[in-house]
Ligand binder design. Structure first.
Ligand SMILES: Nc1ncnc2c1ncn2[C@@H]1O[C@H](COP(=O)(O)OP(=O)(O)OP(=O)(O)O)[C@@H](O)[C@H]1O
Ligand SMILES: [Mg+2]
Length: 223
């Protein structure tokens, strides 16, 4: 499903160059639940942005669902990303002035669906994350765990093949973390490929496969 080959990523600022990824090779099969672990500054978010088709400025080759990413125009890549990938972030990234319903339907409206279709889908997803009663509330009226469940619903709205989560439990207490991890496991059982980025070994161990990144180098297993 995903194949990264000899990926190198350089950040150039002024006359300084920093190599954030060093010869990264990675293959992910459909249906995997993979955790990528590493300390602060090791290159996790850099790798996530490349995997998530948010950054195509890198050396090496990236094949996603049999397509070579470097051959895409920016517009085609955005469309492809919106259809295939759902994102979940540490700080939930919900829009405060929009209701829960509006937050969840945003990615679907981008695709040109009509309002009536999206409403049905939003209700379906809110049921799935047990938040049906919150449909007309606003993000600030929800707890952290509830906001993260909303962001999972949003990530699911276009039926993605893959979910990429960057520290999804980073802002949550241990009980709520467990609940969110349980939700990822369920989604994985339904066939969605999951890539979870974390610095927490106890979270990483709940995945089926663990990889570590250290100073831009990725390897199989724990440190
Ligand atoms: N836009 C940028 N310009 C220059 N350097 C950057 C940029 N983004 C990241 N870096 C550098 O690349 C390295 C990897 O950063 P990255 O954000 O991928 O780390 P991380 O593993 O996600 O860390 P954290 O756990 O703190 O989120 C760091 O040394 C960082 O300073
Ligand atoms: Mg990061």
């Amino acid at each position: 499903m995903i194949k990264l080959k000899d990926i190198n990523k350089f950040y150039v600022t002024g006359d300084e160059t920093l190599q954030a990824l060093k010869n990264v090779n990675l293959e992910i099969n459909k249906g995997e639940f993979l955790a990528i672990m590493g300390p602060s500054g090791s290159g996790k978010s850099t790798l996530m942005k490349i995997l998530g088709l948010l950054d195509k400025k890198f050396d090496g080759s990236y094949t996603f669902l049999d397509k070579n990413i470097s051959s895409f125009s920016d517009d085609a890549l955005s469309k492809f990303r919106n259809e295939k990938i759902g994102f979940v972030f540490q700080d939930f990234n919900l829009i405060k002035r929009l209701s829960i319903k509006e937050n969840i339907e945003i990615p679907m409206l981008y695709r040109g669906h009509r309002i009536k279709e999206t409403k049905k889908r939003v209700v379906e997803l809110l049921k799935k994350v047990n938040l049906e009663s919150k449909i007309n509330k606003y993000p600030t009226e929800l707890s952290g765990g509830q906001q993260q469940r909303v962001s999972i619903a949003r990530a699911l709205i276009n039926n993605p093949d893959i979910i990429i989560a960057d520290e999804p439990t980073g802002a949550l207490d241990s009980h709520t973390s467990k609940e969110i991890m349980g939700m990822f496991k369920e989604l994985n059982d339904e066939g969605i490929t999951i890539i979870l980025i974390t610095h927490d070994i106890n979270v990483a161990r709940q995945a089926n496969r663990v990889m570590s990144i250290f100073d831009g180098e990725l390897k199989e297993g724990e440190f």
